[in-house]
Design a protein around this ligand. Structure first.
Ligand SMILES: C[S@@+](CC[C@H](N)C(=O)[O-])C[C@H]1O[C@@H](n2cnc3c(N)ncnc32)[C@H](O)[C@@H]1O
Length: 614
């Protein structure tokens, strides 16, 4: 759409100074109202709804509204002016050009691209140098800015957050920082939330009115400031939301007001005749006009009040329906009393467990106290033990030093012992030889006893003659058996018996018998003893003794006196043995002599027998 055509195409109240800034906003287009979901957008009003093509759901001021803002701003030229909510800068440009200066607050300016775009548009509109953009949100940013600059605002345009309490909070903060002579303009009073802000200002001393524009603007003034005149578009069938019924509409004739109120009450416009009649209302006398205005104000108030009651009723009904719903849901739920009993039982159980736990806690506490006491005692004992340990450690040190000393002694003693061992070696050898000699002497004594026993048996005449007779009769085996048997019973070991078998020879037996007969039994016995000792070779007693004698030649230790004793005893035994040996030697010589004589006798005895045989 061409710019000039756009202006022609749209409504602007007569009496307003007009400017065209469309060229500064190349992305501005006429938006599609039907595609917008906001419930307070007046789609039925035949004025253009402008948007930015990049964000087609967010609307700008309509052209009539923008001109109104520009004209109101002109009233405040050079005075502190503030805008809350600039969006793409359309309203900002109009306000800034009217007032010549402007502070702007909008959180959307935090986006650098967005902020840059706004600044460029303002530049194009020729308002760049008049505007300061602030990133932030009302009401906090309003407080900060007002406090920092100390400004008291002459004109504030509020078109920021439209929801909930936000518009009222904006109004409250602006009221606090507005000058004595000031105007506050609000956009979108179609929304009851924004209307609440205007009502709040009215309640706080501001004179309020509304402009019948596409989205309805509200104005609150105080001091010398008067609202700019405005004529609502006569081509539109204006209505007013019930929440605004009590506010005067700027530029609305008494007839139009009556028509609007009747339409509101009856739900349809009045008859044309009535409308005709109403046209005369604007030329009433002052008294009548005042009375009619009071009546219309009262009707409007009651309409708004009825509206408030209706809203309250609607809310109550909605609550009532929600409660019914909840009740129905509750009834559909399973029996809660059972669940309650179960929970109560659990609660009781938890209580009793709690009591148990408390009891256990008490027990644990007293136990821990006892343990602490025990620990304290043990600590004392430990302290005593530590003292004792220190003493023992010192003693141990002393003992260890002593031990080292003793070890030194011991090693010296060991060295001396090794030396003594070397010295004792000859004595040990003597001792061994003497032990051997003693053993041999012991054995020889036993054997000698056995030899003596056997000799006393065999040297008997009866035995010798018996044996001789058997031998002469050729019974040699029998004689051997007898001799073996008697050797064994006399105590001669079996191993030595073969060495004595010569006793069974005829010559030996007859020789003994002859010795027995010619000399005596003792002679035969002595002969037998000597012969058997030779056969059994018991002369080794002497060998061992000689070895001991040889070893004794080596130096001996004075400490081995006991060995000396043993040696002395053995020497005694040796001497006794030598004595006996000498006796036996003498007996042997006698025997030799007797044997020779016996041989002669035997020869003599045998000669007559041989002579008889021959
Ligand atoms: C509908 S737009 C304003 C349109 C603009 N006045 C125009 O006609 O060109 C609403 C703006 O209010 C801003 N806004 C929302 N909450 C705000 C707040 N708490 N303080 C300041 N601005 C806010 C949004 O970012 C958005 O830019």
């Amino acid at each position: 759409m061409e710019r000039s055509k756009a202006l022609e195409d749209d409504y602007i109240s007569p009496g307003l100074e007009v400017i065209s800034l469309d060229g500064a906003f190349p992305n501005m287009i006429v938006g599609t109202k039907s595609s917008n979901m906001w419930p307070y957008l007046r789609r039925e009003i035949g004025h253009h709804w402008y948007v930015d093509r990049r964000n087609p759901t967010v609307g700008f001021l309509s052209r009539d509204e923008a001109m109104l803002l520009f004209n109101i701003a002109r009233q405040h030229f050079g005075k502190p002016c503030l805008e809350i909510g600039c969006w793409r800068g359309w309203s900002t440009a109009h306000m800034a050009l009217g007032a010549g200066n402007l502070e702007v607050i909008d959180p959307v300016l935090a986006d650098p691209e967005f902020s840059k775009d706004v600044a460029q548009s303002l530049q194009r509109a020729g308002a760049g140098s008049s505007v300061v953009l602030h990133v932030g949100s009302s009401p906090d940013m309003v407080v900060q800015l007002s406090e920092e600059t100390g400004k008291r605002w002459s004109l504030v345009f509020i078109d920021g957050d439209h929801e909930g309490d936000a518009p009222r909070l904006d109004a409250e903060v602006v009221h606090r920082y507005a000058g004595e002579d000031a105007a506050i303009l609000l956009h979108d009073l179609t929304s009851p939330y924004v209307a609440t802000a205007l009502a709040w200002l009215r309640d706080h001393g501001w004179t309020t009115a509304i402009y019948q524009t596409m989205q309805i603007m509200g104005i609150a003034v105080r001091g010398v400031v008067k609202p700019v005149a405005h004529l609502p578009d006569p081509r539109q069938r204006w209505t007013l939301p019930r929440h605004l019924a009590s506010f005067p509409v700027i530029g609305e004739t008494r007839g139009l007001r009556l028509r609007r109120i009747v339409t509101d009450i009856e739900g349809q416009p009045p008859e044309p005749e009535t409308e005709m009649a109403n046209s005369g209302l604007d030329v009433l006398s002052d008294a009548d006009a005042k009375a009619l205005d009071a009546l219309l104000a009262w009707v409007a108030d009651s309409l708004e009040h009825r509206h408030e009651i209706a809203i309250a009723f609607d809310e109550l009904q909605a609550r009532y329906l929600r409660l019914l719903d909840r009740l129905a849901t509750r009834e559909a739920e399973p029996d809660l009393s059972q669940e309650f009993s179960r929970l109560q039982a659990k609660h009781l159980e938890a209580l009793s467990r709690g009591a148990d736990l408390e009891y256990q806690l008490d027990a644990v506490q007293s136990e821990s106290e006892a343990v602490a006491e025990q620990l304290r005692q043990e600590r004392e004992v430990t302290r005593g033990l530590v003292v004792e340990r220190d003493l023992l450690t010192k003693m141990l040190d002393r003992v260890q030093r002593k031990h080292v000393e003793v070890l030194g002694h011991l090693s010296r003693l060991q060295a001396r012992c090794s030396q003594a061992d070397v010295q004792a070696e000859p004595a040990r050898r003597i001792s061994e030889a003497l032990a051997q000699a003693a053993l041999a002497a012991e054995h020889s004594v036993e054997l000698r006893v056995a030899i003596d026993r056997f000799a006393s048996w065999m040297a008997r005449k009866r035995v010798l003659f018996g044996l001789s007779r058997r031998l002469l009769a050729g019974r040699t085996k029998e004689v051997q058996g007898l001799i073996e048997h008697n050797l064994r019973v006399s105590g001669v070991p079996d191993s030595l018996i073969p060495a004595a078998i010569w006793l069974a020879r005829m010559r030996v037996v007859l020789g003994l018998a002859r010795r027995c007969a010619l000399a005596d039994v003792l002679s035969a016995q002595g002969h037998l003893v000597l012969s058997l000792e030779r056969s059994f070779d018991i002369s080794w007693v002497g060998t061992h003794y000689a070895m001991a004698q040889g070893a004794a030649a080596a130096p001996m230790r004075t400490t081995e006196l006991n060995l000396r004793d043993q040696v002395g005893e053995l020497e005694n035994q040796l001497r006794a043995a030598q004595k006996r040996f000498a006796a036996l030697e003498a007996a042997k010589l006698a025997d030799e002599k007797a044997l020779l004589e016996a041989d002669l006798t035997i020869v003599r005895l045998q000669k007559p027998q041989e002579a008889q045989v021959s």
